[in-house]
Design a protein around this ligand. Structure first.
Ligand code: ADP
Ligand code: MG
Length: 325
């Protein structure tokens, strides 16, 4: 395939990726909820129902102008990444695209279970077996992206969606709004991401790579298993300092009952030097993930880890995103 890119954007992908962009009103085809059920940093997301099939979708509405700049190419990039990923079961599926003079609506498969973030807020910690099952699905999505040289760059519980309610849900990656195509010979340095999940190389303004996502995966595993972020400080500055310090700890109060295997998994990801981190493929082969691959194991104990310190565990501040300026 010939791929043209500009600073990490897929600006144009020729055959076989084509996405029809419809210009008739979205409401001709869908009954759209007037009130959004979710908002991200840039998008508003509404439920909509196909008038003929009755199937429900999520319409992610993105304005084409942001801070007086035309960002249509960024939306097109997101659309192409979704299209490229259409056969990956762990990435949210793009159904249709509608464009008006001012905005683009991405009609997406509806993830009825909502954000993984909500589960964390409700439950504080997730049983190890369940955490490993989720992690494997997330890693499969990330491995697919990385195989295509795409770095997601915003992996966090708000961008991980559950297909249905507990406990038999699956998890899918969404939000490719700041993803980048990483090609040999081109260096991308940018400030983007979410404080608690951001990697040291981004904070140091060093080149972004696929390994940048693996740092966030390490943070995510830590949060799932302990209910705490590994580097969260009182302020954004303190958090950034903690991230760049290279100090990683597993306090006994919040990690009691968590296996050494799980800690080893995290330790092999939260490494300052990007090239020393496990890749997505290597992570899938780590013994912590492998241990729970056996379907017989996954059937058993789906119960939550009951920890004595539960009263004390609080998911630290919902990470507030920081902007490029
Ligand atoms: P942003 O780029 O503004 O962060 P997202 O793609 O992350 O936009 O969407 C914002 C929020 O909308 C998500 O965090 C999630 O809660 C919800 N959302 C997005 N897509 C879907 C979907 N397909 N199904 C269910 N909820 C979704
Ligand atoms: Mg988002």
């Amino acid at each position: 395939d010939s791929v043209n890119c500009q600073q990490g954007f897929i600006t144009e992908i020729h055959c076989p990726l084509t996405v029809p962009i419809r210009t008739q009103p979205l409401t001709d085809t869908y009954a759209v909820d007037p009130t959004p059920f979710a908002r991200g940093k840039f998008a508003t997301v509404r439920r909509c129902k196909h008038k003929e099939t009755g199937i429900e979708y999520a319409a992610k509405c993105i304005r084409k102008r942001r801070r007086a700049a035309d960002i249509r190419h960024e939306i097109m990039h997101e659309m192409y990444v979704l299209k490229l990923s259409e056969n990956c079961p762990h990435i949210i599926h793009l159904h249709e695209v509608y464009e008006t003079a001012t905005e683009v609506n991405l009609v997406l498969e509806l993830a009825a279970g909502g954000e993984l973030q909500r589960v964390l807020e409700d439950q504080e910690v997730i049983a190890e077996m369940e955490a490993a099952r989720l992690m494997r699905q997330i890693l499969e999505g990330v491995a697919f992206l990385h195989h295509n040289n795409i770095a997601h760059l915003d992996i966090k519980p708000q961008n991980l969606l559950l297909t249905s309610a507990l406990p038999q849900y699956d998890v899918k990656l969404c939000d490719f709004g700041i993803s980048r195509l990483i090609l040999k010979g081109s260096e991308i340095r940018e400030i983007l991401g979410t404080p608690d999940y951001v990697s040291p190389e981004i904070l140091q303004y060093e080149p972004i790579s696929l390994a940048t996502d693996m740092w966030s995966i390490g943070v995510l595993a830590y949060v799932l298993l302990s209910g705490h972020t590994p580097f969260g400080g009182e302020t954004k500055q303190e958090t950034f300092w903690n991230i760049t310090s290279g100090i990683l700890e597993f306090p006994e109060e919040i990690f009691c009952g968590v296996s050494n295997d799980a800690k080893d998994f995290i330790q092999r990801l939260l490494i300052t030097e990007p090239s020393e981190r496990m890749t997505a493929k290597e992570s899938l082969c780590h013994s912590w993930i492998k241990k729970f691959c056996d379907p017989e194991n996954t059937e058993k104990d789906l119960s939550r880890r009951s920890s004595m310190d539960e009263a004390n565990t609080e998911v630290s501040d919902v990470p507030s995103e920081f902007s490029k300026d």
